[in-house]
Write a protein that binds this ligand. Structure first.
Ligand SMILES: N[C@@H](CCC[C@H](N)C(=O)O)C(=O)O
Length: 275
């Protein structure tokens, strides 16, 4: 089986081409691929499958994905499925263009959160239309250092964006964040952030299904939304441990711009279904 490896602000992915949907990708196989010692190592897997070949009903928020030729089947490092990945969708688009699977620098990618339009910029960045994030109110998370308050933001996937007075650097993000299951029945990605200069935010993240990562595109959008007064337009630069992205918020929704890098390709030799 062929694979490629890519990242967006060091949020890294194993890319699995499966155009005809022949692959039965089990959670244990994803976890093995993402293992940084026994596998290739990644925060998640991007299965590249034709929407027409997808063995999955596209209903609810995913319905608009049916119009896209290609579908990003995103899996977290623990094998769980996620609706959307803001860094992954840029890398996914770069992969399709690089392999000649799409023509031109603009395309729509199907995701479980719906279709996402991506523009591949000349400088290697990609800009993705992230839809309309929804603010769902306040909530608390218990981190290793104690309880922290945040704002629930739906970016297609669930987030709790927590502004922290001392900045994100000193926050202990180890361990699994404790969330109220009544508010987060599907779990959530937890961001800690602070504004460090006019128009500039700093953020760290503990991702659902992957633990602390060096970036999270949907999380970057979530903190930009949490930092912006309701109804206002804004442009934010968001710094994460793995680099920086730009978020534009206006009446149309959110756009996310950042790098989309392919670093390697190769062949998987292990039998992923054998423990
Ligand atoms: N790293 C991603 C988000 C991946 C999915 C997330 N862990 C979830 O379970 O919702 C991003 O760049 O947005």
């Amino acid at each position: 089986m062929r694979f490629a490896k890519g990242h967006g602000t060091e949020n890294d992915f194993v890319i699995l081409p499966d155009p005809d949907g022949a692959l039965d990708l089990r959670p244990a196989a994803v976890a093995r691929l993402c293992d940084r010692r026994a596998g290739i190592g990644a925060d998640g897997v991007l299965r590249v499958v034709r929407t027409a070949a997808l063995g999955e009903a596209l209903t609810g928020p995913a319905a608009s994905a049916a119009e896209c030729e290609w579908f990003m089947d995103y899996r977290n490092a623990d094998g769980s499925v996620a609706e959307m990945c803001g860094n992954g969708v840029r890398v996914f688009a770069r992969y399709l263009a690089d392999r000649g699977l799409v023509s031109g620098g603009e395309l729509a990618v199907g995701t479980r959160a719906g279709a996402r339009r991506v523009v591949l910029e000349d400088d290697g960045d990609a800009t993705v239309d992230m839809g309309r994030p929804e603010v769902l109110g306040e909530a608390e998370v218990v981190l290793a250092g104690g309880p922290v308050q945040g704002v629930r933001v739906d970016v297609g996937n669930p987030h709790l964006a927590c502004r922290v007075a001392g900045g994100p650097a000193g926050v202990d993000l180890s361990g699994r964040p404790q969330l109220d299951p009544a508010q987060f029945p599907e779990g959530a990605n937890v961001e800690v952030f602070a504004q460090v200069a006019p128009g500039i935010l700093e953020m760290r993240v503990n991702e659902r299904g992957s633990g602390e990562t060096r970036s999270c595109g949907t999380g970057i959008v979530a903190v930009a939304v949490a930092a912006t007064p309701p109804g206002e337009e804004a442009a934010w630069r968001v710094r994460v441990p793995g680099g920086e992205c730009v978020v534009l918020l206006d009446a149309e929704g959110a756009r996310l711009r950042g790098p989309a890098v392919l670093v390697a390709e190769g062949e998987i030799l292990a039998d992923l279904d054998t423990p």
